[in-house]
Design a protein around this ligand. Structure first.
Ligand code: ZN
Length: 455
């Protein structure tokens, strides 16, 4: 483990760091302790098959599950790419099972940009800092700590739980959730619903705290644009230069303004925002309503339309040689069901002489904001944060719920966190100085314990 001047040695936590800043002797909550331990496993997933692997973190969570009397199974899709699944018997086995899942991998972090070592699990200013503190070792820890609360002293959840910690989510889940769903679908027998990341956190709306519950996800299409031309000497006239043509296509696509199209989820969300702000949604436009959600507006504006962002460029091998091809990576997120339409539109935008190669694609999801699980989530939050409304939203990104949906399991984003109004939490997903308040982790543990005990 890399050292850093900000790193507090583990041995001193008991008396130097605590859930409530100011109380020097306060003990670190189990949730923060587990999240900190998990951050210290550098499970960086670089994508395209390059990864530090999840095995050490998987063995750690498996040990925690065994300590609770569970029998976790470990699955390696490839060496080092380990996922963990365990089943918890509920009181009422006639009810369908609920999948409670997290992923163990994280995106890369460049320590040069961070104010702390991203893999040291630093506790500072009442927050836990590190890659994964938000996405999503926080929820992994909340799952384990709430399981301890629910079954640790001989109790049981209301229904069967399938507890899953997946590898490879940050590269689309091919070596994690998709692998398990395809190769070991029996693990999820009897499950109809799932809860996981990127939802359940609080936002501030017109001075009022509200919670966003994720009830859908945009589709994901990762493509490569390829321009082909004639190779030649860099000193010559060269009208058919692959780099020039690719650059034109990338600029056009990157600047394209995709029209707003509301789905059932975003229409309902905007209606709720308008109601809370007491404005007429017919007069105040969708983008303006989205902006009223403050720090969450980046997520919400992107859920109102397709996005297609250039994320990489490759071309050339020598300063005086014109290469015969140039390539760009595009990260496309279309509204659910519009994948093929959007690909056709992109071909029109970039022109027919640019080849579009699909590298990876996955479906979008949308589930209604009603039913017993939604009611249970709303009433649980009401018990822990009375008066704070719960709003549905469509995630502009994707989660392992996509893979589970192929088994007919409806997935939601519910990792409950009550956050201070001044923390730009959505920006911390994959962000620099990723961090989570310790008291938000304690809140999440309590809410999750309550939900799993009663639903
Ligand atoms: Zn995540």
């Amino acid at each position: 483990m890399a050292s850093s001047p900000n790193t507090i040695p583990a041995a001193s936590f008991a008396d130097s760091a605590g859930a409530s800043p100011g109380t020097a002797a306060a003990k670190l909550d189990l949730t923060a302790e587990i999240a900190r331990d998990l951050i210290r496993f550098d499970t960086t997933n670089y994508g395209e098959g390059r990864s530090n692997g999840e095995t050490d973190a998987a063995e750690y969570v498996a040990e925690k599950l065994r300590a609770l009397g569970l029998v976790p199974e470990l699955f390696d899709s490839e060496p080092g790419r380990t996922s963990v699944v365990a089943r918890v018997q509920g009181r009422d086995t006639s009810r369908p099972a609920l999948v409670v899942h997290g992923h163990l991998d994280v995106v890369p972090a460049d320590p040069a940009n961070w104010s702390v070592d991203p893999f040291a699990g630093v506790i500072k200013d009442g927050l836990l800092w590190g890659r994964g503190a938000v996405d999503m070792k926080n929820m992994d820890a909340m799952i384990l700590a709430s399981l301890q609360d629910v079954i640790g002293s001989g109790g049981a959840p209301e229904r069967d739980l399938v507890i899953a910690f997946f590898a490879d989510e940050e590269a689309g889940g091919v070596l994690g959730s998709h692998f398990l769903v395809n190769e070991h679908p029996h693990l999820f027998d009897g499950a109809t619903e799932a809860i996981s990341e990127v939802g359940g956190y609080s936002i501030t709306l017109g001075g009022q705290r509200a919670y966003l519950l994720q009830t859908g996800e945009k589709a994901l299409i990762w493509v490569k644009l390829v321009a082909r031309g004639e190779a030649g000497h860099g000193s010559r006239m060269h009208p058919n230069n692959a780099i020039t043509r690719l650059a034109e296509a990338v600029a056009k696509l990157g600047r394209h303004e995709w029209p707003i199209r509301l789905t059932d989820t975003t229409e309902q969300l905007l209606g709720e925002i308008a109601r809370i702000l007491d404005v007429d949604p017919q007069r105040v436009g969708p983008d303006e309503l989205a902006l009223a959600t403050g720090t969450a507006s980046g997520f919400i504006q992107a859920s109102l339309r397709t996005t297609a962002n250039p994320t990489g460029l490759t071309a050339g091998y020598k300063h005086n040689v014109i290469p015969d091809a140039a390539e760009a990576l595009i990260d496309i997120r279309s509204l659910p069901g519009e994948e093929d339409l959007v690909l056709a539109q992109i071909q029109e935008i970039v022109g027919s002489d640019i080849e579009i190669v699909t590298m990876h694609r996955d479906i979008g999801l949308e589930t209604e904001f009603s039913g017993p699980l939604i009611e249970a989530v709303v009433s649980t939050l009401e018990r822990h944060d009375p008066g704070a409304p719960v709003l549905p939203y469509l995630l502009s990104a994707g989660t392992d719920n996509k893979a589970l949906s192929t088994l007919g399991i409806k997935g939601y984003g519910f990792a409950p966190l009550r956050l201070p109004a001044d923390l730009d939490f959505p920006a911390l997903f994959h962000g620099v100085d990723e961090r989570v308040p310790l008291d938000a982790l304690v809140f999440g543990r309590r809410v999750l314990t309550d939900l799993l005990s009663s639903y």
